[in-house]
Unconditional design. Sequence first.
Length: 557
Amino acid sequence: MKVAGQELGEDRAALALLCLALVASAALLLSFSAGLTFFQDTWDFLMNRQGFAADAFLRPHNEHIVVIPVAIEQLLVQFFGMSSPTPEFVVLTASLLATAVLVFVYVRRRLGPWPALIAAVLLLFIGPAWQVLLWPFEIGFVGSLLFGIAMLLALDRDGPRSDPAACLFLAISIGFSSLGLAFAVGAGVDLLQKRRDRGLRRVYVAVAPLLLYAAWWLGWGHEAESHLTLDNVLSSPLYVVEGLAGSIGSLLGLSTTSGAAIHPPRWGYVLLAAFAAQLVYRQVRGRSLPAGLWPVAGSTAAFWFLAGFSYIPGREAYSSRYIYVGAAFILLLAANLLNGVRLDRRALLVGGVIALAAVASNLDPLREGRDWLKGQTVLTRADLAAIEIAQRTVDPSFYLAPEIAGTPTLIDVRADKYLAAVREHGSPAYTPAELARAPEAGRLQADIVLANALPVTTEVRNGATARAAGGGCTTISGDSGGGGAPLPLRPGRTEIGLATGPPGTIRLRRFATGEYPLETEGVPGGSVTLLDIVADGLERPWYVQVQAAQTATVCRS
């Protein structure tokens, strides 16, 4: 039996190690986020939710309510501008740390400080959930989870302020995302459990936030596209199992999720079976399940079933962004299932070793996720730089479609909205000098965007002859292989005449150096290609290369 002094010493030691884990996690996440830029859905907030009109805050994003995330985004842009996403990463990291602290508090109440420390560390470094850890847009899920756990902690207490606090926390949780609805289910379970002792006067804890959500849904939310189908409903039990298995496997460092790829869980099914066996064992032994288990179980089931009901490709149960929420629920469930079980030093030591091994294993998918986001950052900053370079002539409605941008994550970026935001809040794009030094993948894509945004156009005329327009002509010997040395071009018209013979290819680049991202294939022999390049104010020339078996004449304006 532990004396009070020993328990106090253990609490202090666990808290000290928790603080070290929080600092290490913050340092890791902020260092991994350095150099990254705004990504995917964040551009919807930046481009399409400007100003403080009600619609900007209340319009659903997919099926989710996003009032608080939009407010956070707008405040950060107003105070810090748009040139760097660092403030977003700081807010996200602080929210992740706060969530881990609440998990620590929740588990500590049931199992003591050392199991609580293990739970918090596992959540802090759950690398397969890299989308949540390294993408500030996921503040919606993180915020809902943070205040949902705060609600559960408030419901643990029976003081006069507990219910009002729980009601407030639930309302905030729902304001972050529709994940908060899962915690409303948990609140409802708690109300039913305690109805005999405390009556139904506490019903406002769940009903008041749900009424606010209903008002939002009637005004705006019902306009969102729904993915609820009978097939999704029927397959939802399997979806729930896959989600739980993926979360358990990822939590313990056994997931095969890496980078941007999604892989079905394997070891997670074994661990989920062991988890279920513990529940059955307690029932067989006649040991009662703790009351605190049921609100968490209700919230967990609601989260996974609601996610399963709205499934579409890309929302697999074992996808990165769901793993974080699922892992947090697993930790809360485990704390309740083990409530009352005395863990000796040997068990705690084994748990600590497993936790450290899981953290070490989970650093790899976190690193791979970071590397994938770095690749997206290169494309994003290069594509945006091209729009800014072409801003004098770009069509206001020009947008970064996937076939132009090289990534589907920039479809919300339209030239007029983007350039207006840059004038007001600053630019996250490469400068022209930075673009010239960027990785080749970015420079290649920038040339493609430039050609479409300026624009650069070609017209082939059969049976014509290239003529100089004041700039003189250059004759290129036939070279059907490498195409010969490139010729620099200035803005204006260039005529490229191909002698009689087989078809050739005209290639063009500007910032790219290793490849030619723009080319016109099948140019017939005996034709002239009129190449028109709109001026954009940069001194950097374009370069043209002709690949053909016969001679070509290049006449520059």
